[in-house]
Write a protein that binds this ligand. Structure first.
Ligand SMILES: [Zn+2]
Length: 167
């Protein structure tokens, strides 16, 4: 996948120039030396599974507005995946969660905002009752064998497949 080009240096604002680093074509600043290293986004998701049901949220915003996902969100700069998972569940569902395991680390390439590395955990609610926060139109528990038809993001669908196959 080709990253979006960056026109100007994020450090000093001068125009970037092309430079080769081994096999990679980079954009670098001829004035201050800043190099543009494009990266995938990173996000965490949590599967709260109880009695064969998994909690999902319906997206309030684009992309994939109206479709269902595991509760999830982007990591902030410097934030770890577990911290992001716990914070996002607080923001999205107003619950304190305890992470109980790792489902997987999956690559999402179908997000129009850019490729994203998704870290998916299992968890349980330590306190609070889930209710839809700012980014969620609705929150609902689905039986794992009767998931909604419209699930946003291939990585979420893949994670749910994995969760379904867990003993
Ligand atoms: Zn510069």
């Amino acid at each position: 996948m080709q990253p979006p080009p960056a026109g100007h240096c994020l450090s000093c604002g001068n125009r970037l120039a092309s430079r080769r680093e081994g096999d990679h074509a980079r954009q670098a600043c001829p004035v201050c030396g800043w190099v543009y290293y494009p990266k995938s986004n990173m996000a965490s998701a949590v599967a709260l599974v109880q009695e064969g049901q998994v909690l999902m949220v319906r997206r309030k915003h684009e992309p994939f507005q109206g479709q269902w996902t595991l509760p999830s969100g982007f990591m902030e700069y410097g934030e770890g995946p577990e911290e992001a998972a716990v914070r996002e569940l607080k923001e999205e569902l107003d619950v304190e969660v305890e992470l109980t395991g790792l489902v997987g680390v999956l690559m999402e390439r179908g997000d129009p905002r850019g490729p994203c590395l998704l870290v998916v955990y299992t968890g349980r609610i330590a306190s609070g009752r889930p209710k839809a926060g700012d980014d969620a139109a609705e929150v609902r528990a689905f039986p794992l064998d009767r998931l909604p038809d419209q699930i946003a993001f291939q990585a979420h669908r893949q994670a749910l497949e994995t969760i379904r196959s867990l003993p």
